[in-house]
Structure formats: structure tokens, C-alpha cells
Write a protein that binds this ligand. Sequence first.
Ligand code: PMT
Length: 411
Amino acid sequence: MRITLGVTGGVAAYKAAELVRRLQQEGYNVQVVMTRSAREFITPLTFAALSGQKVITDLFGDSSGSEANLESAIEHIAVAQRTDLLLVAPATADIIAKFARGVADDFLTTLYLASTAPVVIAPAMNVNMWNHAATQENVEMLRARGAKIVEPDEGYLACGMTGPGRLAGLEEILAAVREVTKSQRDLEGETILVSAGPTCEDLDPVRYITNRSSGKMGYAVAEAAAKRGARVFLVSGPVNLETPAGVERIDVRTAEEMHRAVVEQFAQASVAILAAAVADYRPVERRGEKIKKGVAPLAISLEPTTDILAAVARNKGEKIVVGFAAETDHVAEHARKKLASKNADLIVANDVTAEGAGFDRDTNVVTLFSRDGRDLALPKMPKSEVAQRIMDEVIRLRALRQAPAARHSNV
Ligand code: PMT
């Protein structure tokens, strides 16, 4: 799990150094982000040495240079996408106010807006600043948005006053982090099989039939499942993507190879999510030599491939099977037909001609059609977020499946 630790300007900033060490001991990967005022209290070098990673301090890289660094300017998006949890400790009244009001004038505040990860905030400040109605209102606003607030301790403060405002103890902050990350691991115990990418059907040694799938959607699903605690097998067509952390990947090329790999892995899976764009047809014959150019029209005979989704769903038993539907028209109608004809529990339908949806995009626009009749239309969102919503639906379907059994055992 990747934690981004935001350190802001307060006397307690030095305690964040020990926090980095403790988080690492618990197996978290820690990326430190410091505000300008935090650097008045402790140097980035301390955190770089402890975390073994470059500390991020500026929105525009080295701001002393005349040229703004574009790479650094967009870094907040990359860090936001990599962040599984944003922890701010110590959090000043200023950063709490900025988060609450959506001000984005430095790296940390911009990251807060760009990230969808859960947020844990450990405030530390003067007692009057903490008790001020403005701060309390801002804290409530963040809490209402889902942030976990680790209340400051009472005691003697650096400013000489006594009362609430001291940074909570490290054990308390770590417990909050554990609690939030544990609630993210709701797929523990599941073994999830995911298919992704295109298949390639060879015509001759140099040519093949394929499609425009980049694998992004399926890889996002695999990554989300692994992050939420599932064991994940990813059967992947040829793509140019890195294997997500903790995912076991099986590379295939053709529909036939994908069929074999999916059937083999399905035996040990509790859930299958088939996002691959499998060729529906393959050449009847694969020529041994390159097909020569001629003047006459060339006809190529194609034969249907096995429908992998239908094949595994036929004997799914208690397993949950999720398919996709790539449509260009009458999306709902076709998706519902696929749900029934392929015996799936859920179909994730995308209109691949819609803006920001479908092949090789970082976003998608999908509707989830469930076996129990629920249709959930989602707005355009990053594929990583679509993947999370699919996982939520899998958990809902699992609970529905188990509900009758639970009722039965109570009788
Ligand atoms: O990879 P990306 O660039 O991120 O693009 C994402 C995507 C558009 C590929 C993805 O969102 C998507 O829609 N995947 C399914 C593509 C597809 O083949 O759809 P379909 O409607 O033709 O097939 C329906 C379902 O049957 C799919 O789950 C498919 O995996 C499965 N199928 C299809 C044919 C076949 N021979 N065997 C199958 O199992």
C-alpha cells in the first residue's frame, strides 16, 4: 500500500520522521510531500534519507530556476494516482482550511484535490486555533466528506498554553491508518481471475487480425482487486502495460490460448471478470508463408472462436462471473441480452464510440447490468475508478448470494 504523507509547518513536524519509520516497518511504501512552511521546521533530506524516496516540495519543481518544470507540474496527478491513502501529520489550521475550501496553491493541496484515496488527518496547532469556530467548521466539513480525523491530544503546547492541540500519539495515528486501510481490503479471501487486452489471430507469419484494446480497463480491474486484498490472476493478451503489484500474470496471444488459460485459472477462482476483447473470429487457415500480393481480390475465410465467457459461466456454480459488452448502438438492449445468453452475474457495458469511453482511453463511461435487475449508469470517470465500482458490485452480488444461506442457517 502506498501512503502519501503530507507534512505541514508546525513544531510537531519532527515527529513525522518517526512516523515514516513506523509506517515503513508496517510494510507501507511512504512518499513524503512537504509544504513550504514545513521546511522551516525540518529538512526534506531527513525524510528522503528515511523513506529512500525523493521528497516532493514544489508544484513546479525547482522554483529557483527560470523555466518551470512541466514534468513536476503534472507530477501531482501521477502521485495522486499512485496514492492508496493520504495522511497529513501534522496538519496545520491552514492546510485544513485549504482542504475544506478546495484551495490548490501548492503540491499538497493540489494532490488532495486530484486524489480519490481515503484521507487521514492528524491536526496539531495552538489550542485557540484548534478551538476557533473556523477550524472546527473546516474539520467538520472534511469529516463529512469521509476524512478520518485523529483528534489532537490535550497537554502542554509548544506555544506555552495548555489544552487540545498537541499532535496525537504515533500509536493513535497508526491505528487510524490501519483501520482505514483494512476497510479497503474487503476482497480478502477472494481469488479473482481477470482477462485483459486483445487477442491476435495470425493469418501468416507477418500478419494478424486484432483489435484496439490496450488492456487498460482489465489491468485497472486487476489492480483494484489486488489492492482490496484479493489474490489475482491476470490472463493478458499482448499489451504494453506493467503488471500491477501483487498480481500473477499469464501472457497469451490468441483466443484459443486465452480460452485455455482462463478455463485453467477459473478452477481456483471465486470470481471471474472478463474484460478482454477476444477475437470473435479467427482465420480458418494460418498460412506457413507470407501471403503474396496479387491483383485479384483476396477472400479470407474466418471461423468463430470459443465464447470464453459463456463457457466458464455455464458451470459457474457459486462463483461470480462478470463480463463486459463493447457496443456501438442499442447498448442496454445488447448488454441485457449478453447478461442472459452468457449466464453472467454482471455485464459492464460501454459504448465504445462515446467520448472518453472504450478502447485505449484512461477513462470510461459504463453501465453495470446486474443479474438481480439493478442497472447502474456511471458518469465518465478514470478506469481505475470504474474498476473500484465493479469491485463494489461484486461485493454486493456476493452478499446477495450469501444472504439466503445465512437466512437458512438461522432457521
Ligand atoms: O483494453 P482497453 O483499451 O482499456 O479497452 C477496454 C475495452 C473496450 C476492451 C473493455 O471496456 C471492453 O468492453 N471489453 C470487452 C470487449 C468485448 O470483446 O466485448 P464483446 O461485447 O464483444 O464481448 C462480450 C464479453 O464476452 C466480453 O466479456 C468478452 O471478454 C467476452 N468474449 C467475447 C468473445 C469471445 N470469443 N469470448 C469471450 O469471452
